[in-house]
Design a protein around this ligand. Sequence first.
Ligand SMILES: CC(C)(COP(=O)(O)OP(=O)(O)OC[C@H]1O[C@@H](n2cnc3c(N)ncnc32)[C@H](O)[C@@H]1OP(=O)(O)O)[C@@H](O)C(=O)NCCC(=O)NCCS
Length: 190
Amino acid sequence: MTTPLAALDWPVRTDRLELRLARSEDAAAIWPWYRLPAVQEWTTSWHTALEEHQAWWEDRLSLSVVGLRGERIVAVGKIEQQDAWSQADMVEQARGQQAELGWVLDPGVHGQGLGTEFAYALLRLAVEGIGVRRVEAHCFADNLASRRVLEKIGMRLEGVHREESLHRSGRWLDGMSWALLAAEHRDQQR
Ligand SMILES: CC(C)(COP(=O)(O)OP(=O)(O)OC[C@H]1O[C@@H](n2cnc3c(N)ncnc32)[C@H](O)[C@@H]1OP(=O)(O)O)[C@@H](O)C(=O)NCCC(=O)NCCS
């Protein structure tokens, strides 16, 4: 039995951030930094106009969480609850048993440990809040900052996928899959 993201006890506070569910108006608030090359270098989406960005954001509201430092949104994350793969007769038991995590920080606050703090909060929300049994995350192997965040929050590298992903630079890049079981997360906290 899992609890939907929207039904968790919001807001959630970490040492320096306040996390809450995303709202429509957040799209415009994050646009000034979300559009920057340092961010878009590694994001899946790529928008040149606020209208496109707003439409993309609306589609993601149900899985998006924002992190505020004071009044300002400095972090955007996703917790996408997913069905685990299963044999056909076990579909019901596998439903919603895992979550994919992702994060993007305002470049203005990079390098202060906030990415790690935010990512760890997302991990805890997925495992301790929603109650999934496994979390996953994916990154380009060249994204050293995100790799380091993944290591620091205790996730395990499960695979390096050779030239799996086409980057908008035109290069085929290695992709990486990371995961952590809820049981492993609990062991790490002991
Ligand atoms: C990845 C990201 C969230 C990190 O945010 P951050 O607030 O700077 O992260 P932190 O300050 O918590 O620290 C990140 C760690 O990565 C390291 N790091 C940062 N940039 C690095 C780089 N270019 N090469 C190697 N390590 C790097 C930091 O030194 C730190 O490790 P340390 O504590 O051992 O020194 C941020 O860079 C970002 O939003 N990037 C663009 C979007 C993105 O890549 N999202 C993830 C897609 S998978």
